[in-house]
Design a protein around this ligand. Structure first.
Ligand code: GUN
Length: 293
């Protein structure tokens, strides 16, 4: 069993980005600038956004954090999105999700100029991804693909089972894994809450990508020997023994599943660090106007 070290791979990629940014600056080019909008004070979102700002500094990017309280109106948020769309200094920006219930996430996502949509959530980017055109790939699926490539994991002709059908992970990663490319070329099955025989399907999987948000859902009796396990779950499970009062828990029962695997991602330190890295890659592409002019 080999542990997939997302933290190390992410550090390596960020170092490469920092070098390229340093070269761009030395040649008199523009410093890539990522802006992030954060609404409210949700603990998870605060941590994610703080980590994104920190990663920007590591890469040599400029970053701006724009905060609103929970009672911000949808129109105020849409006005800020419009302002960032029109700001020539901002290369890319994100609106951290989830948003308060009174604001339509879909409306806000669609208001973002797809040429600055470094989250890859805008329908233009999602559509271009699904037909294999250059675009901003959404961060978690792109991070998974980069990890598989980094470890030279064979995907062609393999049976890849994706657990979960969310718009930000399950659907896009299924789409990328079936694309005629490496990593890709897999036969993909997507399981979700209405799939009756998940265990039987998982037992036929060469690669399992677990993105349900259901702590320790995948147990040893669902996994065949030699399978590759990618765990996207990051649920905060209350735990009295940790300083924070919770333990970040994946969708895979790691201790019993790991011995059966050829490769497995840990939680934390697997897919998580790669997600932020993908956002940094997209920000560099946006700064260079490498995808859209
Ligand atoms: N909330 C959870 N993951 C993400 C992400 O990748 N981007 C944004 N904007 N919000 C999120």
């Amino acid at each position: 069993m080999q542990l997939i070290d997302g933290k190390a791979v992410a550090a390596h990629i960020k170092q490469q980005i920092a070098q390229e940014v340093s070269d761009i600056k030395a040649a008199g080019g523009k410093t890539p600038h990522l802006a992030a909008i954060l609404v409210g004070h949700d603990g998870g979102s605060e941590t994610y956004v703080a980590n994104k700002v920190k990663a920007c500094a590591e890469c040599g990017f400029k970053s701006s954090l724009i905060r609103f309280e929970n009672d911000v109106t949808e129109q105020e948020l849409l006005d800020k999105v419009k302002e960032l769309n029109e700001d020539p200094d901002v290369d890319g920006f994100i609106v951290q999700l989830p948003l308060p219930k009174h604001i339509s996430e879909q409306k806000v996502t669609e208001a973002i100029d797809y040429r600055k949509d470094v989250d890859g959530f805008h329908p233009v980017n999602v559509g271009r991804m699904s037909i294999g055109l250059p675009c901003f790939l959404s961060a978690t699926p792109a991070g998974i693909i980069d990890l598989l490539a980094h470890y030279n994991i064979e995907t062609k002709g393999k049976h890849c089972v994706v657990l979960g059908r969310s718009n930000i992970v399950g659907k896009p990663v299924a789409s990328l894994m079936m694309q005629k490319a490496y990593p890709g070329n897999a036969t993909v099955t997507v399981c979700h809450s209405a799939t009756p025989n998940i265990k039987e399907i998982c037992l036929t999987a060469d690669i399992i990508i677990a993105a349900l948000g259901s702590p320790e859902f995948v147990t040893a009796d669902m996994v065949k020997d030699g399978a590759v396990l990618v765990d996207v779950g990051t649920t905060r499970v209350p735990n009295a023994n940790t300083k924070s009062g919770f333990k970040l828990t994946g969708d895979v029962k790691f201790d019993e599943v790991a011995p059966k695997c050829s490769f497995i991602t840990p939680v934390p330190g697997g897919v998580g660090p790669m997600t932020i890295c993908s956002l940094m890659k997209n920000t560099l592409l946006a700064g260079k106007k490498a995808i859209y002019k």
